[in-house]
Design a protein around this ligand. Structure first.
Ligand code: LLP
Length: 427
């Protein structure tokens, strides 16, 4: 299994882009490369892992590039939107309305009305939101499938800031204290047909994710029992995303085939084979499918430290800079022509970004072949939750994004211009 884009491929992609001029060595101080071949490979594994009637979506927040979404749409997957902006993007990328899952935690009346009118699939985050939907449904005709997000309270993963199923969570209805209220909602609203849960992102071991899903299935059994007299039953469980990937190239990530099989076995053991599964993976699909290339602008040698100043910092790697104990990337170094540097002489470097604050450091004390001004640092596994979390702080230009599909290269997004910055900060 190829969990990562190989260094050989990275060299091929980068050096070919320099030769063709797609990567402009004068203007492109950094760029993101996105490998569709790797994405397709992940999609194939995911499709194999789950039952055929599973409805797979991509979490737009991990990678909102229209051309990426468009390819995912062509394969027949749907998309998970967490805001009005993401809904708009999903529609523009060509997803049909029944393939759009609307999951925002802060849906306004107007957004809910729009979602209902357009028959999007909606997961309500609270009972308060269900009540809003009920009111709207008095006057809006809709074929939307509607689910309720629960917090199964199975515990935190290793990264607290991306864990959503602890005792307290801003997500979902807490199951322990509110089971009866949840059951009441299913009895009261005959249009409520599913359960949604999202345990967290990265840092959640497979066992924790499975515990969360199992809590959801047990709840569904109880709901079905209650709805028997009405001849109704829960029709879907949306398991969110969260399967961790590996950022360490010597470590294997959890196996998606094994994950799918275990979920399937649980459905069978709870006699819930008819239940449709919905998935919302983001990181699993995208993170290993991209890398960043960033020019070494300065090499600062002092007695006690060596620092490489590059053009990618907390603007594109927000979590890694602000919370470095939890986030990690592998780094490589390439020369001006895009060839991997493999000299036997190495040095320890801090790699610092271009922003004006102390923690704008993407790696500390890492051993690399000796670096020169004008070389390029490659930051591996940055295809998800990097440029999608872009920060405008210090008004730097959003980098070019280059896509590779089979052997062809295309621009997925232009590098920003100074006028874009002016527009952003103007009225
Ligand atoms: N579904 C829902 C409702 C979510 O909130 C998320 C991610 C996903 C699906 C996708 O999860 P994934 O498969 O990508 O783990 N680097 C970011 C990650 C936050 C993820 C939030 N939700 C951060 O540090 O904030």
């Amino acid at each position: 299994m190829n969990h990562f884009i190989s260094i050989k491929k990275i060299q091929e992609y980068f050096s070919s882009s320099i030769t063709s001029g797609l990567f402009n060595t004068i203007h492109d101080t950094s760029a993101v490369f996105y490998d569709f071949n790797h994405l397709f490979y992940k999609i194939e594994l995911l499709s194999k892992a789950f039952p055929e009637n599973t409805f797979h979506t991509t979490a737009i927040k991990a990678n909102p590039l229209i051309k990426v979404l468009h390819e995912i749409k062509k394969i027949g997957f749907g998309s998970e939107a967490a805001s009005e902006g993401e809904l708009f993007i999903a529609q523009k990328a060509g997803f049909s309305n029944d393939k759009i899952v609307f999951d925002s935690p802060a849906k306004t009346h107007k957004e809910l009305e729009y979602a209902l009118k357009n028959d999007f699939h909606i997961n309500a985050d609270s009972i308060m939101e269900l009540d809003r939907i009920a009111k709207l449904k008095e006057s809006v005709k809709s074929k939307s499938n509607i689910g309720l997000r629960i917090n199964p309270q199975v515990g935190y993963g290793k990264i607290k800031s991306t864990s959503l199923a602890g005792e307290y969570s801003k997500f979902g209805v807490p199951l322990k204290s509110h089971k009866q209220e949840i059951l009441n909602c299913f009895k009261k609203y005959n249009w409520l047909t599913g359960i949604h849960l999202h345990i967290g992102s990265q840092g959640c071991e497979m066992k924790l994710l499975l515990n969360g899903i199992e809590s959801g299935l047990k709840l569904i059994k109880e709901i079905n029992e209650l709805l028997k007299t009405d001849d109704r039953e829960v029709s879907f469980i949306d398991i969110g995303g969260g399967l961790p990937i590996s950022y360490y190239h010597n470590t294997k990530p959890p196996d998606i085939i094994d994950y799918g099989r275990k979920i399937n076995d649980m459905l069978t053991s709870y006699d819930l084979d008819r239940l449709q599964i919905i998935t919302e993976f983001g990181r699993y699909l995208h993170a290993n499918s991209g890398f960043i290339v960033s020019k070494v602008e300065y090499v600062k040698h002092y007695e006690e430290s060596n620092t490489l100043i590059i053009h990618s910092g907390a603007d594109i790697l927000l979590r890694e800079c602000l919370n470095p104990n939890n986030w990690f990337h592998e780094f490589s170094i390439f020369d001006k022509a895009g060839r991997l540097k493999q000299n036997s002489e190495t040095k320890k470097y801090h790699i610092a970004g271009p922003l004006c604050f102390a923690n704008d450091i993407v790696a500390r004390n890492i051993e690399l072949p000796v670096a020169n001004e004008g070389d390029y640092i490659v930051i591996h596994d940055t295809g998800g939750y990097t440029f999608s979390m872009w920060s405008k702080y210090v008004s730097r230009l959003f980098p070019k994004i280059i896509g590779i599909k089979n052997d062809s290269y295309e621009l997925l997004r232009k590098r920003e211009k100074l006028t874009n910055i002016l527009d952003y900060w103007s009225d």
